[in-house]
Design a protein around this ligand. Structure first.
Ligand code: JCZ
Length: 239
């Protein structure tokens, strides 16, 4: 899988070199290139923003450097289709089935906006290109200062699903039981709580059933607790 990220803050993506994703890069399971949008900005000031048409607060990212940067990464990759992903609070909410779907794609391009976002003609233009698909995604209903952190979250959700990235792929199988079916996002089960040694810590004991060695009993207990947790959380969010 090939991933290109376009940003005015390349340093935000340094953590991708760490841990499991860093290993995936070394193993060439995924190739990630970070591009500085300012390389496409003209003049000594390297300006990438301007005032909004129609007035209002803040600045809007200009379309020209975005067009130049996106054209360059499209032309540099030989994929049949390029998926342009734009993180925005106005996007479709990211969920596990979308991460799974994106993990099956060959070339992802992430455009990280700042300020009040990117001139809307950029997504309109690429949406109309036959070899490009555009997805506007949100990682949740809260406002960040830019697309970088939301892109990092999305990248981690996708890359950990690629074959060979997780040390023990059984974790993905276990996880899959708590993931909702597509279109059934409301009904997902939360996971059961986990415990390890020591059996007593600061006066608190591990639930006795987990020490019983009775796997059927443990399975039943875990699903009961998972159902109770799920009920409690759904109650809190009013769902
Ligand atoms: C650009 N502000 C891009 C995405 N889920 C979520 N919250 N906030 C964002 C986001 C905020 C932004 C930009 C300027 C994404």
């Amino acid at each position: 899988m090939q991933i290109d990220v376009i940003t005015i803050f390349p340093a935000y993506f340094e953590p991708l070199k760490l841990s499991l994703i860093g290993k995936a890069l070394e193993k060439q399971i995924v190739e990630i290139a970070i591009h500085d949008l300012r390389d496409q900005a003209p003049g000594v000031h390297k300006s990438v923003d301007d005032t909004p048409y129609g007035g209002g607060a803040g600045m809007v990212m200009s379309p020209e450097p975005w067009g130049a940067a996106i054209d360059q990464v499209i032309d540099s990759r030989d994929a049949q289709i390029h998926d342009l992903v734009v993180l925005t609070p106005a996007g479709q909410k990211l969920n596990q089935s979308m991460a799974q779907e994106m993990a099956g794609l060959s070339h992802l391009i992430f455009a990280c906006g700042r300020y009040e976002g990117i001139d809307h003609r950029v997504t309109d233009y690429y949406q109309a290109q036959p070899h490009v698909r555009v997805r506007e995604l949100s990682i949740g209903d809260y406002v960040l200062n830019g697309g970088e952190v939301a892109t990092l979250v999305t990248l981690e959700a996708i890359i950990r699903l690629l074959p060979g990235v997780l040390g023990n792929p059984d974790s993905l199988v276990e996880e899959s039981h708590s993931i909702p079916a597509p279109g059934d996002e409301e009904s997902h089960m939360l996971e059961y709580p986990n415990y390890t040694k020591p059996a007593v810590w600061r006066g608190l004991s591990v639930p006795e059933v987990l020490l019983s060695g009775n796997h059927a009993l443990i399975k039943g207990w875990r699903s009961k607790i998972a159902r109770e947790r799920t009920q409690k959380i759904l109650g809190q969010t009013g769902e």
